[in-house]
Write a protein that binds this ligand. Structure first.
Ligand SMILES: *[C@@H]1O[C@H](CO)[C@@H](O)[C@H](O)[C@H]1NC(C)=O
Ligand SMILES: *[C@@H]1O[C@H](CO)[C@@H](O)[C@H](O)[C@H]1NC(C)=O
Ligand SMILES: *[C@@H]1O[C@H](CO)[C@@H](O)[C@H](O)[C@H]1NC(C)=O
Ligand SMILES: *[C@@H]1O[C@H](CO)[C@@H](O)[C@H](O)[C@H]1NC(C)=O
Ligand SMILES: *[C@@H]1O[C@H](CO)[C@@H](O)[C@H](O)[C@H]1NC(C)=O
Ligand SMILES: *[C@@H]1O[C@H](CO)[C@@H](O)[C@H](O)[C@H]1NC(C)=O
Length: 296
């Protein structure tokens, strides 16, 4: 009786005055470790802004939730140099990390891709390099939806078994790196929402793998400017949500039979390939788009 009475009095108060999140001390120290691994040969303004204030939820580029846990780090175009600290993976509420358009070097810590919280990871337009590792875990509920590592210096084979374990994947952008080897086919093994794959401007070889056609939500597939050969696999034409299909500057050839099924296609660029057409509707569309002149 007394308890319910008390609850009725207190509840409205907590709605009127939600707690204001101020930085969790442990997370402040983690962010300072991240800062320490950046190299500040010139003052990028960030260090001064961060060190001036103790509440890390008020720091530039940091967003916290009401409990004072860091949920977003948005530091695109801040002139950052140095390395990305793997300590960021200790921020257990961090869902969005955007470090694009900086000059970060070294590797991408795998803990950030295989994080228990990160949903959107964008490190595009940096100088990150090395190889990406396959995940070494049986877990399959990684929250990652968007990975943009485009325009870096990554090399080696692109992970393949890793994507089998990512059931929330929506988009991968690995364009403009130096990845070699085959294009994996595993993006949609556990993700039903996979919609965009951009692998253009790399050194991928081999054929477009069968299996990508299983991606029932795939809208955009870009793999131009690689060394891909062979025919397009028939199952690609079962990916009927495809709107944008582009493979210019490869060694593809063959016959396109089932292209007519791609009723949502609005952009098709197979520029420079040796194809025999069997789909009059798409042939007309391909001409309308102007082929390779529309870019990768
Ligand atoms: C840091 O604090 C000093 C002294 O209060 C102030 O002069 C300076 O402008 C502050 N810098 C930033 C980036 O907020
Ligand atoms: C990251 O930030 C850049 C610059 O503001 C923006 O263009 C890009 O869309 C952001 N990435 C994601 C995945 O939201
Ligand atoms: C990186 O790619 C993602 C997914 O395609 C996109 O949302 C984001 O805007 C891109 N970032 C930049 C800086 O272009
Ligand atoms: C991938 O990133 C590049 C920039 O590096 C951008 O031009 C391209 O549109 C992105 N692709 C997708 C599918 O978002
Ligand atoms: C590829 O990356 C380099 C270095 O970041 C950049 O200068 C160039 O504009 C990028 N090219 C494309 C096609 O995005
Ligand atoms: C492209 O692939 C062919 C056949 O696999 C190979 O002979 C050639 O060296 C490759 N070219 C490049 C630029 O990697």
């Amino acid at each position: 009786m007394n308890f319910f009475h008390l609850a009725l009095v207190l509840l409205p108060l907590s709605f009127i005055c939600p707690p204001v999140g101020s930085c969790i001390e442990q997370e402040r120290l983690t962010l300072l470790r991240f800062l320490a691994e950046l190299s500040p040969p010139h003052d990028n303004g960030l260090a001064a802004s961060w060190r001036n204030r103790t509440d890390c939820c008020t720091w530039e580029g940091i967003i916290c939730d009401v409990d004072g846990a860091v949920t977003e780090i948005l530091l695109a175009s801040r002139g950052l140099e140095g390395r990305i600290s793997s300590s960021l993976s200790e921020l257990t509420s961090l869902s969005r990390l955007n470090l694009s358009y900086n000059s970060l070097s070294g590797g991408l810590p795998p803990e950030l891709i295989f994080s228990g919280s990160i949903v959107v990871l964008d490190v595009s337009f940096n100088c990150l390099g090395g190889e990406l590792q396959e995940v070494d875990s049986s877990s399959s509920d990684w929250p990652l939806q968007v990975l943009n590592i485009s325009s870096n210096l990554f090399t080696g084979a692109f992970p393949s078994t890793t994507w089998e374990k990512m059931s929330n994947l929506v988009a991968i952008n690995a364009s403009n790196n130096s990845f070699t080897g085959h294009i994996p086919s595993s993006f949609c093994i556990s993700s039903l929402s996979f919609a965009a794959l951009d692998l253009c401007y790399n050194q991928f070889s081999g054929e477009i793998p069968a299996g990508i056609g299983k991606c029932s939500a795939l809208r955009m597939l870009k793999a131009g400017h690689n060394n891909i050969t062979g025919a397009l696999p028939d199952d690609l034409f079962h990916a009927t949500s495809l709107e944008y299909l582009s493979f210019p500057n490869n060694g593809l050839q063959g016959t396109i039979k089932l292209v007519i099924k791609l009723s949502n296609l609005v952009f098709l660029d197979l520029g420079g390939e040796q194809f025999q057409w069997q789909g009059p509707r798409i042939y007309r569309r391909a001409q309308e788009t102007g082929g390779a002149s529309h870019g990768p």
